[in-house]
Design a protein around this ligand. Structure first.
Ligand SMILES: [Cu+2]
Length: 139
């Protein structure tokens, strides 16, 4: 009888312990929204005829706020279709190209998803020949 009483007490003890635990954490979305307030801002400036920085290194799965600024005196674009296909971007640039007039800027919330090195170029006539290209490395 004493043995049975001892066993009967076990489930009650476990229930009591479970009841003392912290309330369950609120459910988290599987994928955070693109406009994550914790995102790091990265800036690419365009000029005649280069991107600054020319090479950008980002981490896969990390949210970033990409700010593109045309500091030049002519129209430029950032063309990186493979990069934008391998990332979540809001707004998603049409054709993977962002065209900016002089003095104009654009802000895109991105989350690179796939590691790799993606070419960036300016598709304006002869600009890449003059050195206006670079790369975004996702690791
Ligand atoms: Cu250009």
């Amino acid at each position: 009888m004493r043995y049975i009483d001892g066993l009967a007490g076990v489930p009650l003890t476990l229930l009591a312990l479970a009841g003392c635990g912290q309330p369950p954490a609120p459910p988290r979305p599987a994928v955070a929204a693109a406009a994550d307030p914790a995102s790091e801002t990265v800036r690419i400036a365009m000029n005649e005829f280069r991107f600054t920085p020319q090479m950008l290194t980002l981490k896969a799965g990390q949210p970033y706020r990409l700010v593109l600024v045309n500091e030049g005196s002519g129209k430029h674009d950032l063309t990186a279709p493979a990069f934008f296909r391998a990332a979540r971007a809001a707004p998603a640039p049409e054709g993977g190209t962002i065209v900016l007039a002089p003095g104009e800027s654009a802000t895109i919330d991105i989350r690179p998803e796939t590691a790799g090195t993606y070419d960036t170029t300016c598709s304006m006539f002869l600009h890449s020949l003059f050195g206006m290209d670079g790369a975004i490395k996702v690791e």
